[in-house]
Write a protein that binds this ligand. Structure first.
Ligand code: UDP
Ligand code: MG
Length: 310
């Protein structure tokens, strides 16, 4: 029988844990051996007690507890590190990722997809602002990076063991899991679902946390911001040179006297351009240092499409 792990980061979700567990066990049934691994991210309510209560009568419930609140992404990563399953499913603890869909994820996994993503149909339940910012963000991320991070895809996903093994080797990438998982490039498919509102309690993602996550995504995966210095520099120097050529021509051919400040503007434009280009060179060096110290490999081999003994 295949073994499946379900990883659930929880932060003050005491009101959801009981019913989540019920629904999970109903959905999983007995087709698979499974474990549910709760990662208690420094909850201050009775979340820990609730999980312990479940553990007292079900040995499949496992618990990792952080010393304090470290955040959703590190909690997910910790769960992934400690999961023992041949497939690892990550989901939220507020029932926004409906447990009854789990058999459909597993079905796709059995069909040979190493990655199965839950994709929400429309963010109708979210506010207008969140919908617009999410659209804009994923558009920007897609434009600015070569990694295909899918919009409308959150942290509800199934990963085969082989994907998980790669993730385990890249702890420094834990800040933006959906990015690095997309980056691995494994064959994937989507399960479309209507995302309900959270069952109870309130969201743990403040605007500043969301901004942090968004920045982690952009900084980790987009190379366009890095090129900004180059673009501005070349633009500034080009326009400075253009102006300079024009006023030299105008003052020689038509004997127009240009006031000093106009010459100064030209000089400033060209110097600014030079500075921008120097900044760009600096940022390219910093980027290389950054790449060296994070653990992303150069490539990943698809075993299913390569020779057995490469
Ligand atoms: N969560 C966590 N640590 C945090 C914030 C959130 O473990 O610092 C958990 C939370 O308990 C939930 C999941 O991450 O299970 C998603 O959080 P939430 O539902 O608040 O986010 P939203 O759905 O509003 O984006
Ligand atoms: Mg939620």
């Amino acid at each position: 029988m295949k073994f499946v792990s379900i990883v659930i980061p929880v932060y003050n979700e005491s009101s959801n844990i009981g019913s989540l567990y019920e629904r999970l066990s109903d959905a999983m049934g007995d087709r698979y051996a499974w474990e549910v691994l709760f990662v208690n991210d420094g909850s201050t309510d009775s979340t820990l007690g609730e999980i312990r209560r479940l553990q007292s009568h079900d040995g499949r419930v496992r618990l990792l507890s952080f010393t304090r609140n470290f955040g959703h992404q590190p909690a997910q990563y910790a769960g992934i590190m400690h999961a023992r399953g041949e497939a690892v499913i990550t989901m939220d603890g507020d029932m926004q990722d409906p447990p009854h869909l789990l058999p459909r994820f597993l079905e796709q996994w059995e069909k040979g997809f190493p990655l199965v993503y839950g994709r929400r149909k429309e963010r109708r339940k979210d506010g207008f602002r969140k919908r617009i910012t999410a659209k804009l963000y994923y558009w920007l991320l897609a434009k600015a990076s070569r990694t295909d991070v899918h919009g409308q895809v959150g942290d509800f996903r199934l990963m085969d063991q082989k994907v998980v093994e790669h993730l385990r080797k890249m702890p420094s990438e834990a800040a933006y899991l959906r990015g690095i998982i997309a980056w691995t490039g494994f064959k994937h498919c989507f399960i479309e679902y209507e995302r309900p509102s959270r069952a109870s309690g309130k969201t743990k993602y403040s605007y500043s946390r969301m901004l942090h996550l968004a920045l982690d995504g952009l900084m980790g995966f987009a190379s366009l911001p890095l090129k900004l210095g180059l673009i501005l520099g070349v633009g500034s120097i080009a326009s400075g040179t253009g102006f300079l050529a024009y006023i030299i021509y105008d003052s020689l051919a038509n004997e127009v006297m240009y006031p000093l400040y106009k010459w100064l503007i030209v000089v400033i434009l060209m110097f600014m351009g030079l500075l921008f280009i120097l900044l760009w060179i600096l940022s390219e060096y910093i980027c290389r240092i950054y790449r060296k110290q994070h653990s992303r490999p150069l490539y990943i081999i698809d075993e299913t499409k390569s020779d057995k003994d490469h």
